[in-house]
Design a protein. Structure first.
Length: 319
C-alpha cells in the first residue's frame, strides 16, 4: 500500500489529469452507467484497450515511466474484461455441423450474398430482415441444397427465416412484443439439436437498451426450458462484452463462439452462442467479394466431456 501511495506522490499536474482520465474511462468501459454516451463509449472497449497500449509505448519513449505503467495497467484490465472465452478452438473430431447467420440488410446484391453462402456451405442458416423479393430469391437458389426452410414474412421489419439441410423435428416462433424469435430443432448424428434465432431493436437510446435487456431475458427464459444442445443466434445489437451479453451467457449457461474482437470500426453485434453440450471448433465471417461482411458462421461438434443435463439459471439473477 505504501508503494502505491509513493507511486502517485510528486507527480506533475498533467500526469494526474492523464491518469485520472485513463482510470475513469477504463472504469466506465467495464461498469457502464445507464447513459447513452457511456454505453456507446463502452462499445469501443477494444479500441480503448489498444489506445492505452499505444499511450504506454508513447510514454515509454518520452521516459515517463509512471504514466507508462498507468496506461499499461488500464490496457491489462480492459484485456481481462474483453476475454469472453478461451482463445483457442478445440481439435475437431467426429461429426460436426456449421451454423450461419446472415442479416440481409448487410447485402449489396442477391448474387454476391447467395454465392458467399453457398461457398461457405453451412448446414443451418438463420436469416434476418427478409422481404418478399429476398424470400423468392432464397427459395429459387437455395431450395435444392436446403430443402427444409421456414420464413416468416410480414409487413414488419424483422422477417426472419431458417434454411436447413436437415429436416425439422419442430419449428415455431415465440415473440417479444412485435419481434418474432424462431425456435426449432433438427437431428444430427442421432441427437436433437435446438436452435433459437432472434433480432433485437437497434440501441438508439436508453429505452432501446432496456428493450434489448428485456428481450434477451425472454430468450433466456425460453432457452432455460430446453433440455439438450442449443444454438442461439442473431443480431442482438449489443457487443460481446456488454453487460447485456454477459447476463445472457451467464443466465442461459451459453458460451461465446467468437474469440477475437474487431480492432477497427464498430465491434460486432451479431452472435452465435452455444450450450455446454457442444464445442465450437471454428468461427468466421461470411463475406461477399470485396470483403463486405454479410454474416457469420460457426462450426460445432458434440462435447465428449459432457455427461449431464444443462444447469438452469435464474434469469432474474444479476438484473
Amino acid at each position: 500500500m505504501k508503494n502505491i501511495i509513493n507511486f502517485f506522490i510528486g507527480a506533475k499536474l498533467y500526469q494526474y489529469i492523464i491518469w485520472g482520465t485513463l482510470i475513469i474511462v477504463t472504469i466506465f468501459a467495464i461498469y457502464t452507467p445507464e447513459q447513452i454516451f457511456l454505453k456507446r463509449l463502452a462499445n469501443h472497449a477494444v479500441q480503448l484497450m489498444f489506445g492505452c497500449l499505444a499511450l504506454g509505448i508513447l510514454f515509454m519513449a518520452l521516459n515517463d515511466s509512471k504514466s507508462m505503467w498507468v496506461s499499461l495497467a488500464c490496457c491489462g484490465v480492459l484485456c481481462l474484461h474483453l476475454r469472453t472465452r478461451e482463445p483457442f478452438y478445440p481439435i475437431q473430431y467426429g461429426t460436426f455441423f456449421k451454423v450461419a447467420h446472415v442479416n440481409i440488410e448487410n447485402s449489396t446484391n442477391y448474387e454476391e450474398t447467395i454465392k458467399a453462402i453457398i461457398e461457405n456451405n453451412p448446414d443451418i442458416i438463420s436469416f434476418q430482415n427478409l422481404d418478399p423479393n429476398w424470400d423468392y430469391a432464397l427459395k429459387e437458389y437455395l431450395s435444392e441444397k436446403y430443402p427444409f426452410e421456414k420464413t416468416f414474412i410480414s409487413l414488419d421489419i424483422y422477417n426472419p427465416g431458417i434454411y436447413s439441410k436437415y429436416p425439422f423435428i419442430e419449428i415455431d416462433t415465440f415473440h417479444y412484443k412485435n419481434a418474432p424469435n424462431i425456435h426449432g430443432s433438427i437431428e444430427i448424428d442421432n441427437q436433437e439439436v435446438h436452435f433459437v434465432s432472434s433480432i433485437t431493436t437497434p440501441p438508439i437510446d436508453m429505452n432501446a437498451y432496456k428493450e434489448i435487456s428485456q428481450h434477451l431475458k425472454v430468450i433466456t427464459n425460453f432457452i432455460n426450458n430446453i433440455n439438450g444442445p442449443v444454438i442461439a443466434v442473431g443480431d442482438y445489437n449489443v457487443v460481446t462484452y456488454s453487460s447485456e451479453m454477459n447476463k445472457l451467457r451467464a443466465n442461459a449457461n451459453l458460451k461465446e463462439s467468437r474469440t477475437t474482437q474487431t480492432v477497427i470500426g464498430e465491434s460486432p453485434i451479431d452472435h452465435i452462442l452455444y450450450s455446454e453440450e457442444l464445442e465450437c471448433t471454428d468461427f468466421i465471417s461470411i463475406n461477399e467479394s470485396g470483403n463486405n461482411k454479410v454474416g457469420i458462421m460457426g462450426t460445432y461438434q458434440f462435447n465428449r466431456k459432457y455427461d449431464g443435463k444443462k444447469e438452469k439459471s435464474d434469469p432474474d439473477k444479476n438484473q
